[in-house]
Design a protein around this ligand. Structure first.
Ligand code: RIB
Length: 343
């Protein structure tokens, strides 16, 4: 196997018969008083040696590597895939690279990857905390970034007050319109499979669920509530208990858990939506092509990714950039998974 050692400025200087300083000035476009023939020779040799600046070395001088770390909890969930695509698209339009880290919803990985990214000299980090993380973990990550004087933007799951920039959809409004839609279709025994209630986004969606019940004078019943962890298996396992409590509809706090409800219904021979109605949250691509397309709450995950990079690039450029919570509007996407039982 041939290992091609990475060409350095020194290699170019030796081959061109000039000093390292002369090569550095030419390659950084500061070659004011260098003869044209020398410049051309240096550039020719750099191309022949396939020279690429060592970004970490450059970063040591400029203190910037034009690299942003993006930490997400579950890359197999296309919500995060779309978010990463939006982030990457915005990053490439403002000359940044993205290093993507997947924590598999393991909160220890949140901090581990943050340290790895800082060791690699990223200029900033965008983070969606792990499902089993909590505000204390987010605070730990924010403190670490503050100590390194680098910006951290929290996306989607946790908001640490107005002192830090966070970007998400209006989770409470999303929970409200999902539940309201089921109520408008005649459902009063509405099951709810939440995300981890240690997460702000889940607590806000739960608030929206309870507010919609209250606004329609429907009594909240704890027996209709199960706490999940945003995975398909949770939806399947928890739906069975709700079926036993004779719910006519289930609001699942994300599409993956809604898919689990479909699996539980199929296992019990329940027809959808005739026997059980379901509303999800996220609006993943698959939700529109299922045999019974899922009614859900759309989150603009791609746009959230774009906004996170746009804002963090501003924070890198000027640390006094306004820190705020950027909130996107959720949207109800009506498909075929809810039966109107008013009739
Ligand atoms: O599907 C994953 C869930 O976790 C989404 O609802 C998103 O908001 C993230 O927090």
């Amino acid at each position: 196997m041939i290992y091609l050692a990475r060409a350095t400025i020194r290699d170019i200087a030796v081959k061109a018969g000039v000093s390292i300083t002369t090569v550095s000035l030419v390659l950084n476009g500061k070659e004011l008083r260098i003869a044209s023939a020398t410049k051309k020779k240096i550039i020719r040799i750099a191309n022949e040696l396939n020279y690429r600046p060592n970004q970490l070395a450059v970063g040591l001088i400029t203190k910037k590597t034009n690299t942003i770390g993006l930490i997400v909890p579950d890359i197999s969930n296309t919500f995060f895939g779309e978010l990463a695509k939006g982030a990457e698209k915005e990053a490439s339009s403002c000359a940044y690279n993205i290093i993507l880290c997947n924590t598999n919803d393991n909160p220890d990985k949140d901090v581990e990857y943050l340290n790895i990214l800082l060791d690699r000299g990223v200029d900033a980090v965008i983070m969606v905390p792990s499902a089993n993380s909590a505000d204390s973990m987010a605070k730990k990550c924010l403190t670490l970034m503050e100590q390194c004087q680098k910006p951290l933007v929290l996306v989607d799951r946790i908001k640490m007050g107005e002192k830090h920039t966070s970007i998400s959809v209006d989770h409470e409004q999303g929970g409200y319109i999902a539940t309201k839609y089921l109520i408008e279709n005649g459902h009063t025994r509405i099951g709810c499979i939440t995300g981890p209630l240690g997460m702000l986004n889940s607590r806000l969606r739960f608030l929206g669920y309870k507010k919609a019940l209250k606004d329609s004078d429907i009594r909240f019943q704890a027996k209709y509530v199960e706490e999940g962890n945003y995975h398909v298996e949770d939806g399947e396992r928890l739906a069975e208990g709700l079926f036993e409590n004779k719910v006519t509809a289930i609001f699942a706090f994300n599409d993956l858990m809604a898919y689990g409800v479909y699996k539980a219904a199929a296992k019990l021979g329940c027809r959808m939506p005739e026997d059980i109605s379901v509303v999800g949250f996220d609006d993943l691509f698959y939700s529109s092509i299922m045999e019974v397309p899922l009614t859900t709450i759309h989150q603009p995950s791609y746009e959230i990714g774009e906004a996170a990079v746009r804002r963090i690039a501003e924070l890198v450029k000027d640390e006094n950039t306004k820190k705020e919570a950027i909130i996107f509007k959720p949207k109800l996407i009506v498909r075929n998974s809810v039966q109107n039982i008013n009739r």
